[in-house]
Ligand binder design. Sequence first.
Ligand SMILES: [Zn+2]
Length: 482
Amino acid sequence: MKKRILILVACAFALFFAALLVNTQRVAKTDDYIGSMVPIERFDSAASHLSQAIQIKTISFGDTLPIDTAEFIRFRQFMESTYPLMHSRLERKAFNEFSYVFTWKGKDSSLAPYVLMAHVDVVPVEAVAESKWSHPSFSGKIINDTIWGRGAVDDKASAIGIMEAVEHLLQANYTPERTIYLCFGHDEEIAGRRGAAIYSKWFEENGIRPVLVLDEGGMIDTEKFKDVNRPVAVIGTGEKGFTNIDLTVEIPGGHSSQPNKETAIDILNKAIGKVRQKQMPALMTGPVNELLLRTGTEQSFLTKVAMSNMWLFEKAIIKQMEKNNQTNAMVHTTLVPTIVRSGIKDNVIPSIAKATFNSRILPGQTSDDVLNFVKKAVNDDRVIITKQKISLFEASATTPSDHPEYKKIESTVQQLVPNVLVSPYLLIGATDSRYFRGFSDAVLNFTPMQNVKGYHGIDERIGVEDLNRMITFYKKIITSGK
Ligand SMILES: [Zn+2]
């Protein structure tokens, strides 16, 4: 009897492991590209054009701070003089003065159009950081095939990449099959409310439903995916949402020489601590799952088995991801206090204390889930908890990776980058393209730059090779036919 049980148990184990292995074999197949490669063209004046673009200080200082309109006017003049055919043959529409949509009419009006997007504003360089730059931050210096300066990566490289591609094709008298819209926003770095939010409405109101919207986001990397011995290109197929939750405590203050047991600041402080103690429930979304699977199958045998059998190892994988801030943000809706306000004088106990939590919401969870989580965590009637309306953006629907437009971007990248592994991923930041997600079924975030450095930080720069690859890429997308 004992022997029979043992045999049964052994058989069960064997079956279990066989199932794991079969699954691993079945799932762990990355699409290796075997087609022909496309050479990267050289565009001689592109680097100097990007350099000039960097030197124009189109800075978004902050949501409530004014922009230097003279610089944005200079940028418009730069665009007009550098890309004359784009301006004479395409129709330009301006939105809030400095965001532009160009319409390049295609031959076949029955085909749904493409939207190629980039933004021309940049984040400021803090005064204390300026001295740490290897070259002045707005110099646009070109040294040894590298272009330096704020905006070199984010996102003037894309803007110049698109404009160069279009101008070159116009010089060759090219007309696209489908209509192509070029969108250049001027306030992406402060949420795009005056730019993309407005021009996307124009699309919607005119019944223009692009079949593809291509914006910044994913890139190519050979350093971050440690155990994958190939370049990895990630294409953003979904974006996290954005909401702010306010916590307010109002109780009488008084003189600081004879304080109450608990003040408004104390109560708020405790509430903040409670919210920070726990995270919202983890969630494995489609793009993250696919990224783990595709990169995991390139790694050790055990990783391969784990990634291919998510049904069994999901909890363990999530635990591992929670150890790093960046990967944690891929499996959790995050919540962090970013503004705390209270007090006006050192000897007055304030009667009001207020904190704002910024939250980035995973697809599959909502801003109401966030609100409820915070209310439950705080569990104190003295703390008024509300959701801000103005900055609210629910998480997007994700574009499936078997969508024909995803496949088109994937194969274009494979033709340009030898031995590349392409995967969908989830954007944990926010881009202008989110305004299109409601009415276009393929919104993808990708630019073919590799191992870029310094964006939003110090020593932002891009290689001339990257810029050439980007222009070649945009040309391929525009000329990809039906
Ligand atoms: Zn950007």
